[in-house]
Design a protein around this ligand. Structure first.
Ligand code: 13P
Length: 351
């Protein structure tokens, strides 16, 4: 492992003014997104859509530091035969790859999940590196049980410590394997925002999850300088009657991260997790306006970057330019948020 080079890539991923495009939806997830815009999901339509994004010159060269790809996409070529990874590199961004293989039910913990994909991971990482990937992603999913007591179906609090520990262990196993393969791991322990819990319960659960994750990363000798953290924000559950303000989300998220994330970590790139486009931007901007942070804070958004271009494109070749404009607009807004220089008034300018 060459830690200086890993650190260089990690810092490039969180270049001020830029952030990551999460375009790594599994075939099942992208089908759901395409269903919503009435586009049939085929290998070609998925390729056309992603080619449209990666050829968005303004977004890709100015505001996107790297793109997380799904296995199918990293091997695909653009219509003219150019590998999609080359399009990303030509725009000056870094290709990355989602390497987890989704979630499975966690035995003896009803309603909870563990992420799989560690078997043969070392071999897969070597192939991805050869293809151009310089960073990877692994997503652990932690649910917060419904109801005020957070009780799950078995009458125990969800998340259980079991779910937190096995997912943290797997994240650290993955991260160590990535670094051994000279690939920067994005460590993503996502506490879901589904549910009716309030922001303080999200804060508490996320704190337990992050503390356990960093404990495992240390045990497994992951070099913090050569990784990126991709967490959820401290935020109210979607079904919570009392939605926290932008200022409260920003203040609590910064406080939470300061209490759990060592300063050796070069950067934190948030997931959007179901926030609407403008909320995701406003929250990131408000955190960067607080300032005096030991790490760079940016975005690694999927839905909050892609919802607008998907709507504008709607599967029609004639709409490619409109799709690219919509993508470039969201990328620019989030790029500004990554330096705390976004303003809600900018949203009114034509996308
Ligand atoms: P969202 O921003 O849509 O949550 O996706 C980011 C991601 O990569 C989740 O794993």
């Amino acid at each position: 492992m060459n830690l200086a080079d890993l650190n260089k890539v990690a810092l490039a991923m969180v270049t001020p003014g830029k952030g990551l495009l999460a375009a790594d939806e599994s075939s099942g997830t992208i089908k759901k997104r395409f269903d919503a815009i009435k586009v049939v999901s085929t290998e070609d339509s998925r390729r056309d859509y992603r080619e449209m994004l990666f050829r968005s010159q303004e977004a890709m060269s100015k505001y996107i530091s790297g793109v997380i790809l799904y296995d199918e996409t990293i091997w695909q070529n653009a219509k003219d035969g150019t590998p999609l990874v080359r399009l990303i590199e030509q725009a000056g961004a870094i290709p990355g790859i989602k390497v987890d293989e989704g979630t499975q039910a966690l035995p003896a913990c009803p309603g909870e999940l563990v992420t799989s994909g560690l078997d043969k991971l070392a071999e897969r990482l070597a192939k991805y590196y050869e293809r151009g990937a310089r960073f990877a992603k692994w997503r652990a999913v932690i649910d917060i049980g419904g109801g005020t007591g957070g009780l799950g179906t078995a009458g125990r609090a969800i998340p259980t410590m079991t779910a937190i520990r096995v997912n943290a262990h797997a994240l650290a196993r993955y991260a160590a394997l990535c670094q051994a393969a000279q690939i920067v791991p994005i460590v993503e322990p996502e506490v879901l925002m589904d549910g009716d819990h309030d922001i303080d319960r999200c804060y508490d659960v996320t704190q337990r999850v992050l503390n356990r994750t960093f404990q495992e990363l240390r045990v497994q000798r992951v070099a913090l300088e050569g990784m990126i953290l991709k967490p959820n924000m401290a935020i109210s559950g979607k079904k919570c009657a009392k939605q926290a303000s932008v200022e409260e989300v920003a203040e609590k998220t910064v406080r939470l991260l300061k209490s759990c994330v060592p300063a050796a970590v070069p950067g934190i790139a948030f997931l959007s997790g179901g926030q609407n486009d403008e909320e995701a931007t406003a929250h990131l901007d408000a955190m960067n306006k607080i300032g005096h942070l030991p790490w760079r804070l940016t975005f690694s958004y999927g839905r909050a970057l892609q919802a607008a271009p998907q709507q504008a494109w709607a599967g029609k070749a004639d709409n490619v330019a409109a799709g690219q404009r919509a993508f470039s607009h969201r990328a620019r807004m989030n790029g500004l948020a990554s330096t705390g220089t976004w303003d809600a008034g900018l949203e009114k300018q034509a996308a």
